[in-house]
Design a protein around this ligand. Structure first.
Ligand SMILES: Nc1ncnc2c1ncn2[C@@H]1O[C@H](COP(=O)(O)OP(=O)(O)OP(=O)(O)O)[C@@H](O)[C@H]1O
Ligand SMILES: [Mg+2]
Length: 475
């Protein structure tokens, strides 16, 4: 191993931060998981990045697939191993006839390849294949462990061994006790969509604060940044404009428009539901959509979800919306009992006594906005607030009329519900588009239930032209 390197990065920057900069040089790492969980892609990504970025030399020993297959699969993920081979920095050792060759000959070959190319990093894919062969022989097991220790500790070659394992809690292989780090990759389902999680089961000498991380294999191995590690920061610039078309308002998120296709058609009634554990306040999600409508001359009216006053919503939009649009095209509901004394011109005041009277006031405000511009009005309604103030039974009396008005006038509605709302089941049934916001392994994940989408991680990107929300599917 090169002398000046004491940490070998993991190939994923978020994971590096969690394990203190990477795996210690000259350590043994076990990557475990069931079939298809991404073990090979993780290991390949690790080798590739360390060759490319640190100039290390890597050896990949495979007992499960041939060189050609490996190179081709990885090319599909943007990893060009052939180039590294030609530069003498990478070798792939194909050992698919393990049983015939025998353990001592295999060890001999691996050791001589490491020495010959001067490998700094090594992958054994999979170590389970070796374990199967030596299952019955105690001597062979001792031999393998001795050699492994020699490669790692004496030769200083940082090594990833892949171990097939259905569950993290399954009985440990003795090799796992030898390992300095154990990373378990898993595959589960959330409401019918694939979820991939990475679990750091062991990290010798490191305090791990965030042991579970969500990741995707879409376009390669990528770990999602949890909120507490700075995922989804405040945008530093206005959001880039995403154009609408004649029949639709854009969500303000280009990737989401493309994925769902129908966001947000005129006359549609939609639902955004927040799960119980989501720590992100709703306005931090809907302001990308609202500012995209306002900054292109559309009109918006917001009845804030619980916990948000009119002023808070106005202030959260202020840095991202042109002054003129903020002044003329935005209305926000406030309640008489809690409103500040001086009622700002953007406020639509609800008495809070009769839902009928207040909704008439709301529908009138929509009509007025529509008359000004002759454009569909985009409205956001926090149904949790309405349920809290008037109760579910009262809400049911106006919901039909509310839906009919949206449809008939060709406006666009985004309803919000938070956990524990009894009205949620009615809104789900009525919704044209129904999205759920979850917090998984600390990351904000959006999922389309109507229409169905994969789990989508939400991230903020900013460049010279502005900020934008990007979504990455978990595949
Ligand atoms: N180009 C790609 N884009 C997105 N996902 C991909 C791509 N290629 C493969 N995958 C996903 O990666 C999974 C396989 O990953 P990988 O081969 O790393 O799993 P593994 O844990 O090594 O499985 P095994 O134990 O069977 O060897 C596939 O099931 C597929 O879902
Ligand atoms: Mg594999």
């Amino acid at each position: 191993m090169k002398d000046n390197i004491n940490k070998v990065p993991t190939g994923a920057s978020v994971l590096d931060e969690v394990v203190g900069g990477g795996f210690p040089a000259g350590s043994l790492v076990a990557v475990t998981g069931p079939p298809g969980s991404g073990k090979t892609i993780f290991a390949a990504n690790w080798v590739y990045n360390n060759i490319e970025k640190l100039g290390l030399k890597g050896l990949y020993v495979s007992f499960v697939e041939g060189r050609k297959n490996f190179i081709e699969n990885m090319r599909g993920l943007g990893l060009n191993f052939e180039k590294l081979e030609r530069a003498g920095k990478f070798r792939f050792l194909e050992m698919i006839t393990l049983k015939e060759i025998g353990i001592p000959a295999i060890i001999e070959q691996i050791l001589s390849e490491i020495a010959d190319m001067g490998a700094d990093i090594l992958v054994i894919d999979s170590f389970s294949a070796i374990l199967q062969v030596i299952e019955k022989s105690y001597d062979a097991r001792i031999l393998v462990h001795t050699v492994l220790s020699k490669i790692v500790r004496e030769m200083g070659c940082t090594t990833v061994i892949i171990i097939e394992k259905m569950k993290a809690e399954e009985t440990y292989e003795p090799t796992e006790f030898l390992s300095d780090h154990i990373i378990h990759l898993s595959k589960t389902e959330v409401d019918g969509a694939l979820l991939r999680c990475l679990n750091i089961l062991k990290a010798r000498g490191t305090e791990v604060r965030q042991p579970r991380l969500a990741f995707t294999l879409k376009g390669g191995f990528k770990v999602f940044r949890p909120l507490i590690m700075g995922g989804l920061p405040e945008p530093t610039k206005r959001f880039k404009l995403v154009p609408h078309n004649k029949e639709h308002y854009s969500s303000g998120i280009r990737d989401l428009d493309a994925m769902i296709g129908t966001v947000f058609r005129r006359g549609c009634y939609n639902l955004l539901e927040f799960e119980r554990n989501v720590s992100l306040t709703p306005e931090r999600l809907f302001r990308v959509t609202v500012s995209n409508v306002l900054n292109q001359g559309g009109q918006v009216i917001i009845l804030p979800p619980q916990g948000l006053s009119a002023l808070t919503v106005w202030r959260s939009l202020e840095p991202y919306v042109y002054e003129d649009a903020l002044k003329h095209n935005l209305k926000i509901v406030d309640f008489k009992a809690t409103a500040v004394e001086l009622v700002e011109p953007y406020v639509v005041l609800f008495e809070g006594r009769s839902i009928r009277e207040d909704m008439i006031c709301f529908w009138n405000a929509i009509s007025e906005l529509r008359r000004q511009r002759d454009k569909p009005v985009f409205s956001i309604v926090g149904f949790d607030t309405l349920e809290y103030i008037y109760g579910k039974d009262e809400l049911l009396k106006v919901i039909g009329e509310d839906l009919a008005k949206t449809r008939n006038f060709g406006d666009v509605r985004l309803n919000l519900v938070r956990p524990g709302c009894a009205i949620a089941e009615h809104l789900r049934a009525l919704a044209d588009i129904y999205l759920v916001v979850r917090e998984i392994c600390g990351a904000i994940i959006l999922q389309g239930i109507k229409p169905r989408t994969p789990l989508l991680n939400i991230e903020l990107h900013t460049d010279e032209e502005g900020s934008e929300i990007k979504i990455t599917p978990i595949l």
